[in-house]
Design a protein around this ligand. Structure first.
Ligand code: 3PY
Ligand code: MG
Length: 272
């Protein structure tokens, strides 16, 4: 078979608008629901969740029949871990907490085969290569891998221009939660100073010719960030969606008993 094309990367290059979601439930079963939900891309988060290569694999398999593009966010910049995610079939990686150009350069090397990089070679063992079933996988792999780095600290913002200039960095994604914390506004991703920093970062990334992305759940703010230069956004996470819907459903069927602190069902109607 021919090398699978990385459509997420192609669309980044074309500046196409892409809307995604964080998949954090660490389940192939829930992944399949998300995969058919209509998002352009999903990122399997292995930074803040109980995911690892063994749990990411069935999620990649579950999403494979669907047209959605899959990203994986590793827990750190370890080249050995990055190699495993690439080998099990992740073509696009989202790397957290990239603070300077040296880290970005090291990541470029981690995702590429020699001579450009240091990725170890074992195509016969790799799902990404369909275990040698993909014609000339090792020759095409570097071109199809997409590297998205997260800038989400004060230091990262200071070094942003140098980070975007690194050849091999395809896109920069702003993480508002970590950025807010780093700017002294822990838990306040919507703080005006954080918002202003995000706007400035998106403009600088887009002006450099690289793709700019951001996590944003408010549609009005998302439209604003698009005007600032964002071309791909994550609009939420499955954990929050599940909790939000579950809490709402439970509340809609319960009448709180303020005196005892317990919950009671609705009173039977006269008709019952
Ligand atoms: C953050 O907000 O810090 C993230 O990494 C995700 O958007
Ligand atoms: Mg973050």
């Amino acid at each position: 078979m021919d090398m699978p094309k990385n459509h997420f990367k192609q669309r980044l290059r074309q500046g196409q608008w892409q809307v995604g979601l964080f998949a954090c439930l660490a389940s192939g079963y829930s992944m399949e629901i998300l995969a058919g939900a209509g998002f352009d891309w999903l990122v399997i988060d292995a930074e803040h969740t109980p995911n690892n290569p063994a749990s990411v694999l069935p999620q990649l398999q579950a999403a494979a029949p669907y047209p959605v593009q899959l990203l994986v966010r590793p827990m750190n910049h370890d080249p050995a871990l990055i190699k495993q995610y690439l080998d099990i079939g992740a073509q696009t990686l989202l790397l957290p907490l990239v603070d300077n150009a040296e880290q970005a350069q090291a990541l470029v090397r981690a995702v590429r085969y020699p001579p450009e990089g240091i990725r170890g070679v074992a195509a016969s063992l790799a799902r990404a290569a369909h275990w040698n079933g993909v014609k000339d996988y090792v020759k095409h792999a570097n071109a199809e891998v997409c590297l998205v780095v997260q800038v989400e600290t004060r230091l990262g913002l200071e070094n942003l221009d140098a980070i975007v200039a690194v050849e091999g960095v395809d896109a920069v994604f702003i993480g508002p939660a970590d950025l807010a914390a780093s700017l002294g506004h822990l838990g306040e991703a919507g703080h005006p100073e954080v918002k202003a920093a995000i706007e400035d970062a998106l403009r600088r990334i887009a002006a450099s010719g690289k793709a700019a992305g951001v996590f944003v759940t408010d549609p009005v703010l998302a439209a604003h960030y698009r005007d600032c230069g964002a071309s791909f956004i994550a609009v939420g996470g499955d954990t929050a969606l599940l909790r939000g819907a579950a809490v709402k459903l439970a509340a809609s069927f319960q009448v709180a008993n303020a005196e005892t602190g317990t919950a009671a069902g609705p009173k039977p109607s006269a008709k019952c």
